[in-house]
Design a protein around this ligand. Structure first.
Ligand SMILES: *[C@@H]1O[C@H](CO)[C@@H](O)[C@H](O)[C@H]1NC(C)=O
Ligand SMILES: *[C@@H]1O[C@H](CO)[C@@H](O)[C@H](O)[C@H]1NC(C)=O
Ligand SMILES: *[C@@H]1O[C@H](CO)[C@@H](O)[C@H](O)[C@H]1NC(C)=O
Length: 347
């Protein structure tokens, strides 16, 4: 997920040469009254793991959006303004508490009061979806997520050299102490969207974030709810709010090896491994087949319409897009069309 910043940087050096070549001439002001009457809808960004709200990559990305949609207001979500602390908050904290800060932040920005489009990078994508489901005031119009983990991750993200490497290693080491333990669930962000398909009962009862925002119930998986005390019912507000989106666009990176499994970016997850034992490697050894993916439209969260995803999809408002490459390698072809079409519409 650290690749996000690197990808953006790679992409931005490309941009620089484009703009030097005059690809963005100052636009004519003869239609000034048009832009006054129809200001582009504002945009909110939520950065990914290993990045911070105003890293060079995030700033340049915002600048590129502004070059496409003249006059657009862009806000980059932060947990704390200090860049190193903000990066650290991608690993350490309680995501529900962080969301409460974000709601306050967004409500104090005058430009956002009539709503906005939002783009979430990597884990920022499922956090923005949680914002929609739990709050959505001011409302999100189009939500675009890049390489996000909508069905969680079945493995902790690998650590790559770069800013935040130390925090990443520390978080991984601490997660080994028990990803579903009380401490990890209160303090390690990735633990709060860790979803092991072979441990669904413990995931459902101990994880306070992902089963909640996905409105998952034990009976969805043929499990009895009696042993899982905190689980009550589905929260209907979540479905109502998600359905209020104009478009929900999910981008998957075709070569993503950071998000496990990468199909989580489209609400896919691994099937429990019981169903994978397909043969016998001789000498009584069980050979595991390549892991099976349960795609979005076969997930209980979809079939039961637990969060309104099915309604949104049947209405034609869920778009599943791909970008070529490894996690968060944001080539221009990856995002430009989406930004032109679904960001900065007139209000
Ligand atoms: C912009 O101003 C011109 C001249 O006053 C007017 O004819 C035109 O209708 C205006 N455009 C809009 C969208 O109001
Ligand atoms: C459902 O979610 C809404 C919005 O976050 C919240 O206000 C409400 O308390 C929740 N209801 C239940 C039963 O948890
Ligand atoms: C996380 O924060 C939320 C919101 O402040 C709080 O209700 C919840 O108890 C916290 N969770 C844990 C595990 O501490």
């Amino acid at each position: 997920m650290v690749a996000l910043a690197l990808g953006l940087l790679a992409l931005c050096s490309q941009f620089l040469s484009f703009s030097q070549a005059g690809a963005y001439p100052a636009s004519s002001h003869s239609h000034a009254n048009v832009s006054v009457l129809s200001k582009p809808r504002p945009l909110v960004l939520w950065h990914g793991l290993g990045d911070s709200h105003s890293s060079p990559g995030m700033m340049r990305f915002a600048d590129e959006v502004k070059a496409i949609h003249e006059g657009i207001f862009v806000h980059s979500i932060y947990i704390t303004e200090d860049l190193d602390e903000d990066r650290k908050a991608g690993w350490f904290g309680n995501i529900s508490a962080q969301l409460e800060l974000v709601v306050d932040q967004l409500n104090n920005i005058e430009e956002l009061k009539d709503g906005f489009d939002a783009m979430g990078f990597s884990q920022g994508g499922q956090f923005l979806r949680a914002y929609v489901e739990r709050y959505n005031s001011p409302p999100i119009h189009n939500l675009i997520t890049f390489g996000s983990q909508h069905m969680g991750v079945a493995d902790m993200p690998m650590c790559e050299p770069g800013p935040g490497y130390v925090w990443c290693r520390l978080a991984r080491r601490m997660a080994r102490g028990g990803v579903y333990g009380a401490w990890a669930q209160a303090n390690l962000i990735q633990a709060q969207y860790y979803r092991d398909p072979d441990q669904l009962p413990v995931y459902l009862s101990r994880n306070h974030f992902m089963p909640d925002i996905n409105n998952e119930l034990p009976e969805d998986y043929g499990l009895s709810s009696s042993s899982m005390a905190p689980i009550t019912g589905r929260n209907k507000t979540y479905a109502k709010n998600l359905q209020s989106l104009n478009k929900f666009i999910m981008v998957l990176f075709t070569e993503d090896k950071t998000v496990v499994p990468k199909e989580s970016s489209w609400f896919g997850s691994y099937a429990p491994s019981d169903s994978l034992r397909t043969g016998d490697g001789g000498e009584g050894q069980v050979v595991l087949a390549e892991k099976t993916i349960i795609p979005m439209r076969m997930q209980p969260v979809y079939t039961t319409d637990a969060i309104g995803l099915r309604t949104l999809d049947e209405r034609g408002d869920v778009l599943l897009e791909t970008c070529e490459g490894e996690h968060m390698v944001m080539n221009r072809v990856c995002w430009e069309g989406l930004v032109k079409e679904w960001v900065g519409g007139s209000t």
